[in-house]
Design a protein around this ligand. Structure first.
Ligand code: PLP
Length: 401
């Protein structure tokens, strides 16, 4: 028998890979590129991070920081992360064995799923979710059970008893993201207390994606789940330089937790990437030590941009929900034509020259979010004004190419 005679290798096999598919997300991003529409779909800022960080990266590149850094990450970066957690949250982590540098927060989450779960195990989290979580679970052969963040008048909340019911004897890990993408929700102290109670009583490891830890608005405050009673020893806190310093292309992330948890994560990460880009690590250390004021400025700009976009969308007749953190806001398309967010978002690039993402692409329970669209506000104010005007404009008929 001639093996492989009918199908080339890597084609139709591998159901795990096939499950990842091509999303509406990819489709709409490509549409934005082809049509030149204003892309409020993908969350990347259109201006760079602090000068000092970029200068340091250039200096490191020119002065020989070009070979593999240690598996755990450059010591100076791990020390800067330890200082940042201590200064900001009063949390002590040993840079030697309680902190690991990863290739973005994304690698930290994927490595955690693989480190703490076997195929057939379960992870519990919230719906909607950042899309990489489902993919990490699928690739690891792990079931991702989600608890709905349900619409309230202008925001999102979950029912603690639904969270309890989502936990089974196979559940190993709880995956939380706060401040939350795509909803803009910042989990409150009392919500975190409910989540912590579930983790403690079912002996779960918590992995918390805190990439928007600095980007909160209107007095909302980011609280690490690890700071709640009994949670430090069972929580991995994940963050990244990407969102904090507007350097999303650098992909420098990290994970902090107890030595046994971080050791397990590091042993998986060893065979995923071993290490991230060496010359960027000292630059991120400088950012963490010296650029909090710059980040404070970014936070103010993002809040103003959020308000600008929210006002514009409201004038265009969309219902705008409260976004307390991150890069995105949620808009209700129920009163629009078409009312279904997926159809609304498919028509928007052609009719108005703007790209937004239907929130249902991040969800398992797509019906719950069928009237919601996610808009990014991490963009230049002029661009946001133009986008809002285009959406509101009655003359921008849906006939243009
Ligand atoms: C953008 C984003 C990430 C990606 O972080 P990297 O450091 O670029 O891997 C992870 N989680 C959430 C919730 C995000 O929005």
């Amino acid at each position: 028998m001639r093996r492989g005679a009918t199908a080339p290798p890597g084609g139709p096999r591998a159901a795990r890979r096939a499950a990842l598919g091509t999303t509406v997300f990819t489709e709409l991003t490509e549409l934005a590129q082809h049509t030149g529409a204003i892309n409020l779909g993908q969350g990347f800022p259109d201006s760079d991070g602090p000068r000092t960080m970029i200068d340091q990266a250039r200096k490191a590149l020119a002065s020989g920081a070009n070979q593999y850094p240690p598996l755990g990450g450059a010591p100076e970066l791990r020390q800067a992360i330890a200082r940042q957690r201590a200064r900001r949250y009063g949390a002590r982590y040993d840079p030697d064995d309680e902190i690991v540098v990863t290739t973005g927060a994304t690698e930290a989450v994927a490595a955690a799923v693989m480190a703490f779960c076997d195929p057939g195990d379960e992870v519990v989290g919230f719906d909607p979710s950042y899309d990489a979580y489902q993919a990490a679970a699928d690739l690891a052969g792990v079931a991702y059970r989600r608890v709905s963040l349900r619409r309230t008048a202008d925001h999102f909340a979950f029912a603690p008893d639904e969270l309890c019911r989502a936990v089974s004897p196979r559940t190993r890990m709880l995956l939380l993201n706060t401040p939350h993408n795509p909803t803009g929700k910042v989990f409150t102290h009392s919500e975190l207390a409910d989540i912590a109670e579930v983790c403690r009583s079912h002996n779960l490891i918590a992995v918390v994606d805190e990439v928007y830890e600095y980007l909160t608005y209107d007095g909302a405050e980011h609280l690490p789940l690890a700071s709640l009673p009994g949670m430090r020893e069972r929580t991995i806190s994940v963050s990244s330089a990407g969102k904090t310093f507007s350097l999303t292309g650098w992909k420098v992330g990290w994970a902090c937790g107890s030595a046994p948890l971080v050791g397990a994560l590091r042993s998986v990460k060893q065979y995923l990437t071993f290490a991230g880009a060496a010359p960027l690590q000292s630059a991120v250390a400088i950012g963490l030590d010296h650029e909090e004021e710059w980040v404070e400025g970014l936070r103010g700009r993002l809040r103003r941009q959020r308000d600008l976009l929210a006002e514009g969308l409201a004038e265009a007749g969309l219902g705008v929900l409260r976004a307390e953190g991150g890069y995105f806001l949620q808009a209700d398309t129920a009163g629009s034509d078409p009312a279904e967010a997926e159809r609304y978002c498919r028509e928007l690039p052609l009719s108005r020259g703007v790209v937004a993402i239907p929130t249902a692409v991040f969800a398992q329970d797509t019906a719950e979010y069928r009237h919601l669209a996610r808009f990014a506000f991490c963009k230049d104010p002029d661009l946001l004004r133009r986008a809002a005007r285009a959406i509101a404009s009655p003359s921008a008929a849906r006939a243009s190419p």
